[in-house]
Design a protein around this ligand. Structure first.
Ligand SMILES: Cc1ncc(COP(=O)(O)O)c(C=O)c1O
Length: 423
């Protein structure tokens, strides 16, 4: 039998699986609990990535594990579209209540985030009978064809995979740090309406209220309000992609709760279901009902184990007051990073909503510094801390630790981070 070292398994991975599925860290997981993970060699890591924003309630939260176990004893799969079950109906009812806006809503479940995005666009097109969709530069919406088309970053997501679905347009995201103002972005939409597509042919504008893969840039409230106004003026639907921002990460249930604007449709996935594959589209009832019966769904859509996990996740967020906890954790992290600015001149920006915090690095000339970012990530990994990067220039470290992380484990992680930044 091959020895179970990281190196030995990684050699087998390279031979057996394609390089297109890139690997962040060639350490092979053996087990994990809350914010800690152990590899096959018995080495412990503190996990500040949460499986890319999936584990706001931590690895194997006991209540999530128990909910899945209980469901396993009943049934795992009927195909909801063939034989439905009540837990889906009650989860839809919960999400319809929790999401922004008091209007009548409906929710449909899918499996991955990209699938939720695909279906949000299908629903928007069916409801408006229009083809066009506007998305933002730097945005990320998944790896399916519509997801790729909407994504505003070519390498590595779109390289070699075209042609993409048509009638998709991008405008620059308003990021003051990079010299793009709200007015610049709005002018770009105006130009689009003059040069490329008339507003009456646009079904939807989709954006992440805080860009995830793009670099943790929060949409300014004035931009969100202006988008709502443009949408209302032209009969366009506003879609908030909350796949990375949802479920208490930003200090509220959803990032849109930070805005006085309500989206027509919202996509959710990741931390919705504590590590099981589940996604959702929630929106105005009349819009959600536009596709005809059979137009939406999927064999695994609303998988029973994932639905059970999601109910437990919502219970945990409520009972452990994770929205408040996210704010406390985010404030603590930001204070620590701000305190390091004087010693680490590469820190160009520290930002975040709640616990959706990032630190951006630039060189003395102000240019993005992806090399330093990679060094910080590698040094942290060597010292037992898993960090994720992001940003169009790969010069941002983003923090996504479980909101259930113990104070001591967070403190230990922050000490490793501080050392990695100053090494
Ligand atoms: C905002 C956003 N939308 C869509 C997706 C795609 O989700 P999935 O990888 O589950 O398909 C992601 C994943 O990172 C995301 O962050």
């Amino acid at each position: 039998m091959t020895s179970r070292t990281n190196a030995a398994i990684d050699a087998r991975r390279i031979a057996a699986t394609p390089r297109g599925v890139g690997i962040g860290f060639p350490i092979y997981a053996e087990r994990a609990l809350n914010a800690e993970l152990w590899d096959v060699e018995g080495r412990r890591y503190i996990d500040f990535g949460s499986g890319i924003a999936v584990l706001n309630t931590g690895h194997r939260h006991p209540r999530v594990v128990e909910a899945i176990r209980a469901q396993l004893e009943r049934f795992t799969h009927t195909a909801y579209q063939v034989v439905p079950y009540e837990s889906v109906v009650s989860l839809a009812e919960r999400l319809n209540r929790l999401t922004p806006g008091t209007h009548a809503k409906k929710t449909a479940f899918f499996t991955t985030g990209a699938e939720a995005v695909e279906n949000a666009i299908k629903i928007a097109r069916a409801a408006t009978r229009r083809p066009g969709v506007i998305a933002l530069g730097g945005g990320f919406h998944g790896r399916t064809f519509m997801g790729m088309a909407l994504t505003g970053k070519v390498v590595p997501y779109k390289t070699g995979f075209g042609p993409f679905p048509g009638s998709i347009f991008h405008v620059p995201a308003p990021i003051a740090l990079h010299g793009v103002s709200v007015d610049d972005s709005l002018r770009a939409i105006d130009k689009l309406f003059k040069a490329d597509i008339e507003p009456e042919q646009v079904a939807a504008i989709i954006l992440e209220p805080v860009q995830g893969e793009g670099g943790f840039y929060a949409a300014p409230p004035a931009f969100m309000r202006a988008l709502r106004e443009i949408c209302d003026r032209h009969g366009i639907l506003l879609i908030a992609d909350e796949i990375q921002t949802g479920f208490a990460r930003t200090g509220k249930w959803f990032a849109m709760d930070h805005h006085d604007v309500v989206p027509d449709l919202m996509t959710m996935a990741k931390s919705l279901a504590g590590g099981t594959p589940l996604s959702a589209v929630c929106g105005r009832a009349e819009i959600m009902d536009a596709p005809a019966p059979g137009g939406l769904g999927g064999t695994y859509a609303a998988n029973a184990l994932a639905i059970a996990a999601a109910h437990a996740v919502l219970d945990v967020i409520e009972d452990e007051r994770l929205c408040e906890r996210a704010q406390v954790l985010g404030d603590r992290l930001k204070a620590r990073l701000e305190g390091l600015r004087a010693k680490v001149p590469q820190i160009a920006d520290v930002r975040g909503l709640g616990a959706m915090v990032a630190v951006e690095f630039a060189g003395a000339d102000g240019a993005p510094d992806p090399e330093f970012t990679k060094q910080v990530q590698t040094r942290a990994r060597d010292a037992g801390l898993l960090l994720l990067t992001c940003g169009v220039h790969a010069n941002v470290v983003r923090f996504l630790f479980p909101l259930t992380i113990e104070d001591a484990v967070l403190g230990e992680g922050l000490d490793i981070l501080a050392a990695a930044l100053q090494a």
